[in-house]
Design a protein around this ligand. Structure first.
Ligand code: GLU
Length: 467
């Protein structure tokens, strides 16, 4: 098979929110398909009708869209494929790969209790499995059967996992799986296999919570006369406390990171490294990731989430952005603060403040000094506006009023002249100046900040207080 025929999929169940571990299970198959010029498919596994919701589907679509994980086919919805599953089920029935089992729930419970009491693993005992020479129990009245898959009794099932290496299960450890419920609806493992066959999936890259399903799925593939795909089972992602990422253990949803001002490219960079490596490279672009991604460098042990590292990478990405792109990314956050961009070009503001910011929320927070009227706390004004500072500010105001051109070098020169004329040190002037012009004591260098403002704005903020 040529690499450009490689087909991967992300197959989430829309039962809640999605966290970073979940979206990583989309990122890797996406990158693998993109790397090989193959096809990436989105399939929504919504057969658990009690837990699946439309809202959760929307969250998946929005999260993928935000992360820039575009798919070439789908979304397919399993609930829309029921007739196909029934059709394929019939071929298994016809070929004798499945059989009806009439065991009632209370009988299953009794069996289970007995096995547990004997210290055995609970499993179906095969009592309805037809075998040559075996007499089956009489069919009870009023019980609708489930269909069970006839798992080979002997031998092993194995595959060469791209992450875990060779994996093998003994068939006698696998009982006969229910693949259709009494009402005929197919169960999870069966649907996955039919889909993976119909969608011609070549590489299944998914979380290792599915390792135990894989031997069962391989048997179903074979019963359907299909070649199982290549599997890569990704190790779990742990939170900072070492627990599995989950809603209950406090994992944030992917979209929460958007709200907090993370950049999709930084998320991709971070998640790429959370379970895969390219030498010692830590900071790379989406394009580099796609160019480098392979299944041979997936990590074998659980990866631990590190929020500080994600934030650091986000800061790196913010600093690497083109000014226009960073301004565009910041604008919604200013909108959210009710601020209107006017007077100061946002492209200039973001470039000036970004050294101090790790998220877009922080960039917007720093840029706010250009778009919100300054409201310095009265106690700070009292503290910093000494009589000497007041005189110096009026000296500076006069120099600034006459400057030509209005730019950073000229402003810097004016500041120095005032310091000399007034016999002050820089902080004695810069602190009250910052406070009056921006309402803050901490800003990037004050000449650069002033240069961004229109001169009139600066002068009016330095006007002596009206009596
Ligand atoms: N629907 C499964 C899940 O959300 C994924 C199944 C698979 O990738 O095979 O865990």
């Amino acid at each position: 098979m040529t690499p450009n025929a490689f087909r991967t999929r992300f197959a989430p169940s829309p039962t809640g929110y999605i966290h970073l571990g979940n979206i990583r299970s989309a990122l890797y198959p996406w990158a693998f398909a993109r790397h090989h010029g193959g096809t990436f498919i989105l399939r929504i596994e919504d057969t658990d009708t009690e837990r699946s919701t439309d809202e959760a589907v929307q969250v998946i679509l929005e999260s993928m869209d935000w992360m820039g994980l575009d798919y070439d086919e789908g979304p397919y919805y399993q609930m829309q494929r029921m007739s196909r599953y029934r059709e394929v089920m019939q071929t298994l029935v016809d070929a004798g790969h499945v059989y009806p089992c009439y065991m009632r729930q209370d009988e299953l419970d009794t069996l289970r209790d007995r096995q547990m009491a004997a210290g055995e693993k609970p499993r179906y005992d095969g009592r309805w499995r037809p075998e040559p020479g075996r007499i089956l129990p009489p069919i009870p009245e009023g019980v609708k059967p489930v269909l069970r898959f006839r798992t080979p009794l002997l031998g092993v099932v194995s595959w060469d996992d791209k992450v875990k290496g060779p994996v093998e299960f003994r068939n006698d450890e696998l009982d006969d799986l229910v693949i259709a419920r009494p009402d005929g609806t197919p169960t999870y493992n069966f649907c996955v296999v039919v889909d993976d066959i119909d969608m011609a999936i070549t590489h299944v890259i998914r979380g290792d919570d599915h390792v135990n399903n894989t031997p069962r799925q391989i048997h179903i593939f074979r019963a359907l006369g299909a070649q199982p795909p290549t599997y890569a089972h990704l190790p779990t992602v742990l939170n900072e406390q070492g627990e599995k990422l989950s809603k209950r253990s406090g994992a944030k949803s992917v979209l929460q990171y958007r709200e907090e001002g993370y950049l999709p490219d930084a998320m991709v960079n971070y998640l790429a490294r959370l379970g895969w490596s390219h030498g010692n490279d830590e900071v790379f672009s989406r394009e580099q990731f796609v160019a480098w991604f392979d299944l041979d460098h997936l990590g074998r042990s659980a990866a631990q989430f590190d929020g500080e590292k994600l934030k650091w990478l986000n800061g790196q990405a913010i600093r690497a952005m083109a000014p226009e792109a960073l301004a565009d990314a910041t604008r919604p956050f200013l909108d959210r603060m009710g601020l209107v961009v006017q007077g100061v070009r946002l492209e200039d503001a973001v470039v000036l403040v970004r050294e101090r910011a790790s998220t877009l929320v922080e960039v917007a927070g720093l840029c706010a000094m250009f778009y919100a009227p300054p409201e310095p706390a009265p106690e700070l004004v009292a503290q910093h506006l000494s009589p000497a500072a007041t005189v110096a500010l009026s000296d500076l105001r006069a120099r600034l009023a006459a400057l030509d051109p209005w730019d950073k070098p000229a402003i810097s020169a004016a500041l120095k002249e005032t310091l000399v004329a007034q016999g002050l040190k820089m902080p004695q002037l810069a602190m009250p100046l910052r406070l009056l012009v921006t309402g803050r004591l901490q800003t990037p260098s004050v000449d650069a900040v002033l240069a961004l403002f229109p001169r009139d704005t600066v002068l009016s903020r330095l006007d002596p207080p009206q009596p």
